[in-house]
Design a protein around this ligand. Sequence first.
Ligand code: GLY
Length: 332
Amino acid sequence: MNTKRTFLKQSITTLLALGASTLTSKSMAESALLSFNSDRTIIRDIPIVVSTWEHGLAANNAAWKVLAEQGKAIDAVEAGVRIPEADPDVMTVGYGGYPDREGNVTLDACIMDENQNCGSVAYLQNIKHPISVARLVMDKTPHVMLVGEGALQFAKTQGFLEENLLTANAKKAWQDWRVESKYAPVINIENHDTIGMLALDSHGDLSGACTTSGAAFKMAGRVGDSPIIGAGLYVDNDIGAATATGMGELMMKTVGCHLVVEMMRQGMSPTDACKAAVERIASKLGDYKRFQVGFLALNKTGDYGSYCIQPGFNYAVKSKHENKLIDANSLV
Ligand code: GLY
């Protein structure tokens, strides 16, 4: 065999072995910060943060401020998703989110860290930052999830102020909707939905956050996938993390984000794992083309990927070398 080819083969074998070891060795991730993309090109790209939709660009910038200072992924994802939560122009998350059929803005959120600690709130009203309430459920209570009035009372004990979250624009959209009151699955509402964010910090630890005002003009009391650990978000610090966007009921029926992480545990790349979860959902639905779901995943080496049913879902990536919006591949 010619010498150059032998050298290349040996180098690739060594590098692949190094890459494999980053899956199992935290110290490797910490010391070398060496990682591989899906196409096996080498990158040194930890820390890294990925988020659903275009509003993920601004959210990633906030998360990056934490990650670039060697901060923890859990602090980064909380800081990141607070940006669209407070943005009145993001009509599917937090302040400015579309209300339910009764005109009430009801919020769902969850957060999960590298030690499988998690916190969640659902059907929370009049609190602008549900993700920070979820963080305090995780940090300060023996529980994982608080809902409705109980979540609101807890938030108030932690110093959160009640405020009206229904903006004039969202109220107008609700009043327009009431003219016909038609309720059907919405595909890519205003080209965005739920923010889900995943981060891998410079210590090699993963965390995630997910927050939404849920389906526009939903039935009163409806809760989607976003606050459900395993459905809208899942993190396993040995393997990777996943978050979801789109029709929450479909993620709940398949425990979609847990499924994506388990697919990665079996050796799939983040993209392939997201694709497998989308295909699982589609296989259970005769009429899957009427719906949109999208998954976004990040593994322990900093490799990321996504997949959705309909074209139109995109996600934002930020690291030392990348700051961009990527269109996800789709089944349709
Ligand atoms: N994926 C957000 C929801 O269905 O509520």
